[in-house]
Write a protein that binds this ligand. Structure first.
Ligand code: ADP
Ligand code: GLC
Length: 483
């Protein structure tokens, strides 16, 4: 089976969040099942060296106002198709945002171009490789489906994967013309969203199947509370919607080999974790205290992640003698509030504002628990990294957080199966109680260590989910074959 992935990020080459981790990992797991996968992403500046050693497969002399090329290169076990279009992607800084922190004004052209080229590859742009199935990810690849609708020839089946319905790619309807999209597709049952063009909406309306990244989020998406205005469409397409839980790359995230750690460790030898804790305390200027947990946060600082709730809990956390190390960047008000908290609670709360992949590994290695109080969370990966590193996840009961962490309630403790702490409702009070429960468990070293070991043994690789994706693709091909 030949499969084309289209996405805007892919780890370890270019990453702003969990989407990249998933796009960098699933293709490898699918390849192990015999699938021939190619991943189409833009050739941002960070990928320039990679593109330079690739080979040109296709040339588009005028892709929305400039010259573009499709470059094939294999790296880190992935077969990449890099869309080189300097007028669209050769920009400094964040891939989505300009220097002032606003969206690039031509994001519709940038990701319209990615989608258009995805559709071209699907309909024969490459001489030697024709995909049997497409899987496109998030709004940036949503228009692939629209371009396929207007291709005027048979097209492969298409799966649209929603990693976060909060990001919909909405643009003024007047961009339709520049994108070369037919007006006939611009209807409320198609890609129109209350007078605007919706990239994600197109993907949801025109795809053969929709997946999202956890079973609980799949159920949540059809509700007005979580559907972000697209819940009606999600309800209409419920029969085609399924949740396939994210896994993690077990090689990239492995405490036994992780080069970013001060000391590696394993489920059989947890001792090394202490050296990482010491390194983290030094890095964040925290006072050591072996009797209380060192909590961490590694996150985008946005309202999705509920970190305003954690601010309210800091007096309680510090009052219990616990410490917090936070690494994150995002909304200016949250960045400021955490910087202030770090000076108010110096020695107990340490904050680094920024994005640092290496440090994110050390945080998983050196903390006792990771806090994830998200208001909604399609899957979440940092709780999975926490499990793998024996860093107990303390999570809001929502989306993929609900599906991946087993709460240390009395029944789970009696059965020896708890791997973390869940709390609900998603309020500061419930989060504070969860922090208190965590401190109480930490004070019982035998129970705590047993929980760490269970967390580390919990299966979170891609095997099962890759098989689920493969079964989905196969069912689409079988349907086509039968018709
Ligand atoms: P989301 O994609 O919604 O941001 P996920 O939990 O799925 O949430 O994935 C976030 C990914 O980004 C994880 O790999 C996490 O380690 C990483 N990450 C988030 N913030 C930072 C940061 N400031 N520095 C380094 N890595 C970060
Ligand atoms: C999105 C979601 C996150 C998910 C990630 C990868 O960024 O916010 O919950 O883990 O995509 O699927």
């Amino acid at each position: 089976m030949k499969l084309l992935f289209v996405a805007s990020e892919c780890a370890p080459f270019i990453k702003t969040g969990g989407l990249a981790d998933v796009i960098g990992a699933v293709p490898k797991a699918l390849a192990a099942l015999g699938v021939d996968v190619k991943v189409l992403i833009p050739a941002y500046p960070a990928l320039a060296d990679l593109a330079a050693r690739g080979s040109e497969l296709a040339h588009f002399p005028d892709l929305f106002g400039g010259d573009a090329r499709l470059i094939a290169v294999t790296a880190e076990g992935l077969n990449l198709l890099l869309l080189e279009a300097s007028h669209l992607f050769d920009r400094p800084g964040n891939i989505y945002l300009d220097a002032k922190g606003g969206d690039w004004a031509d994001n519709h052209l940038r990701y319209g171009a990615l989608s258009k080229v995805g559709a071209e590859v699907a309909t024969g742009a490459l001489t030697n490789w024709h995909p049997d199935v497409l899987n496109v990810h998030d709004w940036q690849a949503g228009l692939v489906s629209a371009y396929l609708r207007q291709a005027g020839k048979p097209v492969p089946p298409l799966v649209m994967t929603v990693h976060n319905i909060a990001f919909q790619g909405l643009f003024d309807a007047k961009v339709l013309r520049a994108l070369g999209l037919q007006k006939s597709l611009f209807t409320p049952s198609g890609m129109e969203y209350f007078g605007q063009l919706g990239f994600l909406k197109a993907g949801l309306a025109f795809s053969d199947r929709i997946t999202t990244v956890s079973p609980t989020y799949a159920r949540e998406l059809v509700s007005s509370e979580f559907g972000m205005g697209l819940d009606g469409l999600m309800r209409a397409r419920q029969a085609d919607l399924s949740g396939i839980l994210n896994g993690i790359d077990l090689e990239a995230w492995n405490p036994e080999t992780d080069a970013e750690l001060a000391q590696t460790y394993s489920v059989r030898g947890l001792k090394g974790k202490a050296a990482n804790r010491t390194a983290l305390e030094a890095r964040f200027g925290l006072k050591p205290n072996p009797d209380t947990p060192l909590f961490c946060v590694v996150s985008r600082l946005t309202s999705q992640k509920g970190l305003d709730l954690l601010l309210e809990c800091l007096p309680g956390l510090v009052g219990r003698g616990a410490r917090l190390a936070l690494l994150g960047s995002g909304e200016a008000a949250l960045e400021r509030a955490y910087a202030e908290a770090a000076s108010r609670y110096a020695g107990s709360v340490g904050v680094i504002i920024g994005y640092d992949e290496g440090l994110s590994h050390l945080m998983q290695g050196g903390s006792d628990a990771i806090l994830i109080p998200s208001r909604f969370e399609p899957c979440g990966l940092t709780q999975l990294y926490g499990l793998r590193y024996g860093t107990i996840p303390v999570v809001a009961r929502t989306g993929g957080l609900a599906d991946t962490v087993i709460d240390a309630n009395p029944a789970a403790m009696a059965e020896n199966c708890a791997t973390g702490i869940q709390f609900t409702p998603i309020t500061a009070l419930a989060l504070d109680q969860a922090i208190e429960r965590t401190c109480a468990l930490f004070a019982q070293p035998k129970l705590w260590q047993a929980m760490m070991r269970r967390a580390m043994r919990h299966p979170i690789g891609w095997d099962r989910s890759a098989a689920a994706y493969l079964a989905l693709y196969q069912s689409l091909l079988d349907e086509r074959g039968a018709s």
